[in-house]
Design a protein around this ligand. Structure first.
Ligand SMILES: Cc1ncc(COP(=O)(O)O)c(C=O)c1O
Ligand SMILES: N[C@@H](CCOP(=O)(O)O)C(=O)O
Length: 359
């Protein structure tokens, strides 16, 4: 007897949530079946904090980061409105995502990145998907300024998170969390750079509350890298620095929306050092089996900092969005965790067993 076919296929965020998205009429669907990402129980963090901690693993999206949720919507709307080219400024993930969705749509992708400041993996994604990459002698904030000007003066649509359709797509992260848990969590923690994602999640939580799909909204906590922490300092940072290249951003585009998310939810922005970020990345990978890129570990690092400070999360339900896959930036991993690699032996079973401590 043959097995019955498994019928449910995740259709991507537009088809799964079309009635919840504020889209122009007749918007086509350009999708790589993004979203539907796993909620993984963090036994390690739950045990440590006495809380119920879930990881929303956005590295499982088609191009390896949460950007795909927003990009499917931004590209679909742009194409529906006749765009033949799209542009973005990027620290890496937005460009990888935009180039993939532009390839799917059959339109031109123009990427502006800070020269020498994005990971090789992300650069490879943008290039192999057919994006034209322009390296700018400057930082991400310079790239965004130029991209905005290009979109104003030339026939090319800007798909950074200043495009409201990006947030429209990214808000589906909150919908999935509530759909999974049955209600909103007590606390939602995530890394923050250009600040579109925390703004999008907050929008999603508020909409589910308003429609009666949830009974509450979470406290939103955004974590920035110490050398790139404008939302913590209350002023732009002219020369942002951090090992977490994805969030090396000094003047977040969604500043006001993000501040509103923190204030309205009773949350806050705080910062973690590069050392704390890298330690959290390593622990998450080795304790929970979830390998994320450095920026994505900032939220976990933040939870650990607050725990060390004595914050009491016992009995709380906490969701941490881990935003991008660890394979995005293996150079940083291999150059940081040098103690973990390279045991070399002759081609001999005894030598291998001895090196492994089995004998
Ligand atoms: C992996 C990763 N995590 C976090 C962020 C921060 O997200 P946002 O810019 O929406 O604050 C970014 C991009 O900025 C990113 O690429
Ligand atoms: N980390 C981002 C920075 C740009 O963010 P966006 O959400 O405004 O596109 C990146 O991956 O480039």
């Amino acid at each position: 007897m043959s097995r019955p076919a498994r019928t449910h296929q995740w259709l991507g965020v537009i088809e799964e949530y079309r009635d919840r998205l504020d889209l122009p009429e007749n918007t086509p669907t350009i999708t790589l079946r993004e979203g539907g990402t796993p909620m993984v129980a963090s036994d390690w963090l739950s045990g440590l904090l006495g809380a119920e901690v879930w990881l929303k693993v956005e590295g499982n999206n088609p191009t390896g980061s949460f950007k795909d949720r927003g990009m499917t919507v931004a590209l679909s709307v742009a194409v529906g409105q006749g765009a033949k080219a799209v542009v973005c400024a990027s620290t890496g993930n937005t460009s990888a995502s935009m180039a993939a969705y532009a390839a799917k749509a059959g339109i031109k992708a123009l990427v502006l990145v800070p020269q020498g400041k994005i990971s090789a993996g992300k650069l490879a994604q943008a290039v192999v998907h057919g994006g034209q990459v322009i390296m700018v002698r400057g930082n991400f904030d310079d790239c965004l300024k130029i991209s905005r000007q290009l979109a104003e003066e030339y026939p090319v649509a800007l798909v950074n998170s200043v495009n409201p359709m990006r947030l429209e797509g990214q808000k589906t992260g909150s919908f999935e969390i509530v759909d999974f848990l049955g209600d909103a969590p007590d606390v939602h923690v995530l890394p923050t750079g250009n600040a579109g994602n925390i703004s999008a999640y907050w929008k999603g939580y508020k909409e589910y509350l308003a429609s009666g799909d949830s009974t509450r909204t979470p406290v939103m906590r955004g974590w920035q890298a110490a050398g790139s922490a404008p939302l913590v300092l209350g002023a732009p940072v002219p020369d942002p620095e951090t090992v977490a290249s994805a969030i090396r951003i000094g003047n977040p585009a969604s500043w006001d929306l993000a501040m509103a998310a923190a204030q309205e939810s009773g949350g806050a922005f705080r910062k973690v050092t590069d050392e704390q970020i890298l330690a959290a990345q390593r622990e998450l990978a080795s304790q929970d089996g979830v390998f994320v890129e450095p920026a994505s570990a900032a939220g976990v690092a933040g939870l650990l900092v607050e725990h060390a400070e004595g914050a009491d999360l016992r009995g709380k339900q906490v969701v941490v969005t881990v935003t991008g896959h660890g394979l995005k930036d293996i150079d940083t991993a291999l150059s940081t965790f040098t103690d973990l690699v390279d045991t070399v032996v002759d081609a001999d079973v005894t030598a291998a067993a001895r090196a492994a401590g089995l004998d």
